[in-house]
Design a protein around this ligand. Structure first.
Ligand code: ZN
Length: 373
């Protein structure tokens, strides 16, 4: 029944958007779906796994905060306990132990299809990073799998969501469903999982826009597979040449070149948004409204479809040559939308401005002060 409804909704969207249509999954139960009977639940965190002051405790709290950003307003409250956790004891717990998958969630429900317990176990044998510093993360040249993205995926199961293969989604591959700007990479729940939370629990009141340099690339079994968005040649549509630096593709460009930026835009909130997106070039990887503005446009985003698209910009004729730069986008640059998360509104694509003869042109940078007569 639910699937049929989603399918009909999807058909009506197809004319408007060419991107993948929303397709979160749930556990069907009778005529409905398995879910909690209310939007507020306690989650007991075992202090043997999450001791006070540990990086794992910080990472747990970050992941739960990101789950709590969902558009339905569903909220987990953490209670720390030294009582040893166990499956099937009637309370929902999270702990770390040696299990073979990186994370596992078991949940139980009653005859009314209401969940009665959800237990999350994280594997102790994975090389995790609990840091949000991107260079610790194996997506960005580090060695650790981000603990927060995997835990957030498990928290998605714990509110009733299943795996998702057809769209960029935390309920697919979790480690490359991540937001990065500057030196920091953060887990976030995302549009499709948020849409699923609203399906299960009804709409909340929060709004959230985001832009990331990751996208859906296909299905890997039951999981969506993700990859980086690219910088393209507008005349051929093919990817520009690049060098891998810090695990990232840094594209070769020159002054005056037209380039096509591919990025993924999401509406993680509750209602349709029609907002500005600004495009910039920056001399560092933290893209913000302080950088050099290249272009601006309006973008309409409904909260039920991840939108990966391209936009063409021109590398300015006065940027420094033989120098790395970062192209970027900022959503809602004037801050007109009050959002659940403001840190996910900007991201970057690394470029390197190579030398051409145009670099011989010296661009005046002196300020001219008018002389009083
Ligand atoms: Zn899973």
């Amino acid at each position: 029944m639910k699937r049929l409804f989603r399918f009909i909704a999807a058909l009506s969207l197809m004319a408007a958007a060419s991107a993948q249509v929303s397709a979160y999954t749930t556990t069907s139960c009778g005529s409905g779906d398995v879910s909690w009977s209310s939007k507020f639940r306690y989650l007991y965190a075992y202090t043997g796994s999450f001791p006070s002051g540990s990086s794992y405790r910080t990472a747990l709290e970050e992941a739960v905060d990101r789950l709590n950003d969902n558009a339905s307003g569903f909220t987990f409250y953490i209670i720390y306990t030294s009582t040893a956790p166990a499956l099937g004891n009637g309370r929902s717990e999270v702990w770390i132990e040696n299990i073979s998958p990186p994370g596992v969630t078991n949940y139980w429900w009653n005859g009314s299809c209401n969940m009665t317990e959800a237990d999350i176990r994280m594997d102790s044998s994975v090389t995790w990073t609990t840091s949000i510093v991107k260079t610790t993360n194996f997506n960005y040249g580090g060695s650790g799998r981000p603990f927060q993205t995997t835990l957030l995926h498990e928290l998605g199961h714990a509110i009733g969501l299943g795996h998702e293969a057809d769209e960029y989604n935390i309920m697919g591959q979790d480690w490359d469903h991540i937001h990065t700007n500057g030196n920091y990479s953060r887990a976030y729940f995302g549009e499709d999982a948020s849409d699923g939370s609203v399906y299960l629990y009804g709409a909340g009141s929060g709004q959230d826009l985001g832009v990331v340099h990751w996208k859906w690339t296909g299905a890997s079994g039951a999981y969506s597979a993700h990859g980086r968005t690219r910088l393209l040649d507008p005349s051929t549509g093919s990817e520009l040449s690049y060098t891998v630096v810090g695990g990232e593709r840094r594209y070769n460009v020159v002054r005056g070149q037209n380039v096509r930026m591919e990025l993924t835009y999401e509406n993680n909130g509750n209602s349709y948004q029609y907002q500005d997106v600004n495009y910039y070039i920056s001399t560092n990887s933290t893209v913000s409204t302080w950088d050099t503005l290249l272009a601006s446009r309006n973008l309409g985003l409904s909260p039920d479809n991840v939108y990966t698209s391209t936009y063409d910009v021109t590398i300015p004729s006065n940027v420094s040559c033989n120098t790395p730069h970062w192209l970027g986008a900022v959503m809602d640059p004037d801050g007109s939308v009050s959002e659940l998360a403001e840190w996910n509104n900007a991201t970057y694509i690394p470029v390197y401005v190579n030398w051409t003869f145009s670099c011989l042109v010296i661009t005046p940078t002196l300020e001219v002060t008018p002389i009083q007569p």
